[in-house]
Design a binder for this molecule. Structure first.
Ligand SMILES: [Zn+2]
Length: 244
């Protein structure tokens, strides 16, 4: 009876973890070195699969807002026009690794995060990370240093392996658009909670979503509050909860 109840509760838990072993974790990070005398924030934008949100990127270019883009090889190959715009603005955009095919960094047959199957074994994880990095080096021309797995959830063996491969895992502290599923007002509200040192996650691969509309309003408010936007190639992160 108790087991049944626990199973029922597990099924209702957020993250929709399907598999055996410990549940993977979402890694939460903030900017390291809180001693700077101004308000800092990092905007990170995932390009998982799908299209290029030109409204969002054009808004960032117009307002000179730097961002770190986490792109998959899959997205880079599918969006040559978006890639050309990003490459023309590498003064604003740092491009980092979101994997080859957008496979979550959890290892073991049958494991899934949010319904997306993870990796069957460690070799597949290595390939996802290294082929993603290679695509960025080849297509963008700069070698990535940061990794963010699909769904931003990781199990412990994946965290270890990504570290051994020489990449730092990029968590976040403000989830601005919940996978490009939130409406304009909800996104603005989430950005009103930003404090100095936060790392924002949002999406730039769903132009039909409200992400560009919500982020435009919310990010302008942060600019007016004199927040300085930093990119992950300029800073380090410190983990507040998750993988360690
Ligand atoms: Zn993604």
């Amino acid at each position: 009876m108790k087991t049944l109840l626990l199973l029922a509760l597990a099924a209702l838990a957020p993250g929709a973890w399907a598999g055996s072993g410990p549940k993977p974790v979402e890694i939460h990070d903030r900017l390291a070195d809180a001693s700077v005398p101004y308000q800092r924030v990092a905007l990170t934008l995932d390009a998982c699969s799908g299209r290029f949100d030109d409204d969002l990127i054009e808004f960032l270019i117009r307002n000179r807002i730097p961002a770190t883009i986490f792109a998959t090889k899959k997205w880079l190959l599918k969006n040559p026009q978006g890639v050309a715009i990003i490459k023309a603005h590498l003064d604003l955009f740092d491009v980092e690794n979101h994997g080859e095919n957008h496979i979550p960094a959890v290892i073991g047959r049958g494991k899934k995060v949010y319904g997306i199957p993870g990796e069957p074994d460690i070799l597949h994880l290595r390939r996802e990370v290294s082929e993603g990095a290679k695509a960025i080096t080849d297509i963008i021309g700069v070698a990535p240093r940061w990794y963010r797995g699909a769904t931003a959830e990781y199990d412990a063996p994946a965290v270890d392996e990504i570290g051994k491969m020489g990449y730092k895992i990029a968590g976040f502290s403000i989830n601005a658009d919940a996978g490009a599923s939130l409406g304009r007002k909800a996104i603005v509200k989430r950005l009103q909670n930003v404090r100095s040192g936060d790392v924002i996650i949002a999406h730039m691969n769903k132009p039909a979503s409200d992400s560009a509309e919500g982020l435009s309003v919310g990010l302008l408010e942060l600019l007016h509050q004199r927040f300085v936007f930093v990119r992950l190639d300029q800073v380090d992160l410190t983990e507040v909860s998750g993988g360690k």
